[in-house]
Design a protein around this ligand. Structure first.
Ligand code: UTP
Length: 476
């Protein structure tokens, strides 16, 4: 162990990071072993490349001029005439065939820290539905279960966790007996050290380096290296439906989307929403250097956010709903150990709890360091074929990001209520609503009854006796 310690110290010295060992003599044997293990796992060469690349990476976006990117994005809009309808129906049939044939698996990014929400547990464990207070994980699991019954398939569901929430998530699924699903798999994403503004690795406390999840772009490396990826190859699954844990309206397995993806031989497909207001915190689709790309909201400068086109609309209005389909081999071409394709690293200035020179804790009030993250949508630059498909925001998109206000559990609950009510009204039920479509009471439709409007109408219309809808109604 001594030798390893000396070797490690030399390695860290070489990269001018030896300061991380300054409290090691105060640690007991167990803490010391754990600390050395943590230090040993850091790829210092890669980290130092990232630190060196920081300036150009930031420049790429922050120094971007309007003329570098075009707001023109080729996307398939929602159907608004008969010929569109036929095209969407054809895609639906192709998508359903792929689901019946077992060609699709699901991948959910759940490794984030949910700092804006500030919830003490992992975000997926947050109760979100109006009546039954189901958690995000349960809602997603029930949607998958619905599709399993409908298509006669047992779908594989891969969940990406992080070192900070892995055990908690696995335990939660165990306690809930995997919500009745058979093929649920977990893998933990990579972590990267945070650095201060002079490029030094930060300590969280005396016995822990400040390490954070490497962003949702971590799915590529973590999935392929987890060994779970082989399940896809063994089971002839070639399409992976990716979405994030925070959006309970998402359609986990959407036949329309899958059909378009197959028809266009796409390697990476994306769903988009028209931005609801200029400051909405979604990335925007654009064309950058001739390719479809996404610029994350945090990288957008004000000129881009408020820029209008000649029609008076927001120029950069095609928002990223963070819902994708990825071809299996495409994932491998980025995530494989030997892959030459590498996602760019984004650096974000963050408040990072740390310690001072004497080991006393510091809870910073403003950004004191940099976290590194990769983003899943940056893979678009590697896709030979990609497509962007519009999605009806009201039916598919209501992410939970903040504790209060916009994109919070409150707004998400309202969006669910409006959605359930719209389905019921379309089926002929009578429910009073306000101008925004909200009913005066809580109701809920279980995804196990139907997880989309089309199937809801079929099932509801087939009911011999229809339940009266009133406060607390739960349709299951
Ligand atoms: P966000 O960027 O919104 O992060 O992630 P977050 O963790 O939910 O919240 P903040 O930004 O800390 O407030 C969008 C999705 O990507 C996942 C999250 O779990 C969420 O589903 N994610 C994010 C990861 O899986 N890993 C990461 O490193 C970051």
């Amino acid at each position: 162990m001594k030798i390893i310690e000396r070797e490690l110290l030399e390695r860290f010295k070489h990269y001018r990071q030896a300061h991380v060992f300054r409290f090691i003599s105060e640690l007991d044997e167990l803490a010391k072993t754990e600390f050395l293990r943590q230090a040993d796992a850091i790829n210092l060469q890669k980290l130092s490349d990232k630190i060196r690349a920081l300036v150009p990476v930031n420049k790429k976006y922050i120094g971007l001029k309007l003329e570098d990117i075009s707001s023109q994005v080729n996307f398939i809009g929602l159907p608004n005439n008969e010929s569109d309808e036929r095209r969407w129906e054809e895609a639906y049939r192709i998508g359903e065939d792929a689901l019946r044939d077992g060609r699709v698996a699901i991948l959910t990014a759940a490794g984030g820290q949910g700092t804006r929400l500030g919830y003490k547990e992992s975000k997926g464990i947050l109760a979100v539905t109006p009546v039954k207070k189901k958690t995000l994980f349960q809602v997603l699991a029930e949607k998958i279960r619905f599709a399993e019954i409908k298509y006669g398939q047992k779908f594989h569901w891969f969940l990406m966790t992080s070192a900070r929430n892995h055990e908690e998530i696995v335990e939660f699924f165990d306690q809930n007996e995997l919500f009745g699903l058979e093929h649920v798999h977990f893998f933990s994403q990579g972590i990267l050290p945070a650095i201060d503004f002079s490029g030094k690795i930060m300590l969280e406390n005396k016995h822990k380096i400040a390490m954070y999840p490497d962003g949702h772009g971590g799915i590529f490396n973590a999935f392929v290296s987890s060994g779970l990826f082989e399940i896809l190859e063994r089971s002839n699954i070639d399409i992976i439906s990716y979405f994030q844990v925070d959006n309970p309206l998402v359609r986990c397995l959407d036949p329309h989307f899958i059909g378009f993806h197959i028809k266009q031989r796409s390697e990476m497909s994306c769903r988009m929403v028209i931005k609801a207001y200029p400051e909405e915190k979604v990335g925007i689709f654009c064309t950058m250097y001739g390719k479809t790309a996404v610029v994350e909201y945090s990288d957008l400068i004000a000129d881009f956010i408020y820029e209008k086109d000649t029609g008076g609309h927001l120029k950069f209005r095609v928002g990223n709903a963070a819902i994708h389909l990825l071809a299996r081999d495409f994932i491998k071409s980025i995530g494989d150990d030997n892959a030459i394709r590498e996602l760019p690293v984004h650096a974000a200035r963050k408040r990072i709890p740390t310690i001072d020179a004497h080991g006393n804790p510091i809870e910073p009030e403003s950004a004191n360091g940099v976290k590194f993250e990769t983003f899943v949508f940056d893979a678009l630059q590697f896709a030979e074929n990609s497509l962007v498909l519009e999605v009806d925001r009201r039916e598919n998109f209501s992410p939970i990001k903040n504790l209060q206000g916009i994109d919070s559990p409150f707004t998400c609950r309202q969006d669910q209520l409006r959605l359930f009510t719209r389905w019921l009204l379309s089926a002929g039920a009578e429910i009073p609503v306000d101008a925004s479509g909200l009913p005066p009471f809580d109701i809920e439709i279980s995804p196990l009854f139907a997880e989309n409007k089309r199937d809801f109408l079929l099932k509801w219309n087939a009911l011999k006796s229809k339940p009266a809808i009133c406060s607390g109604s739960y349709i299951s």
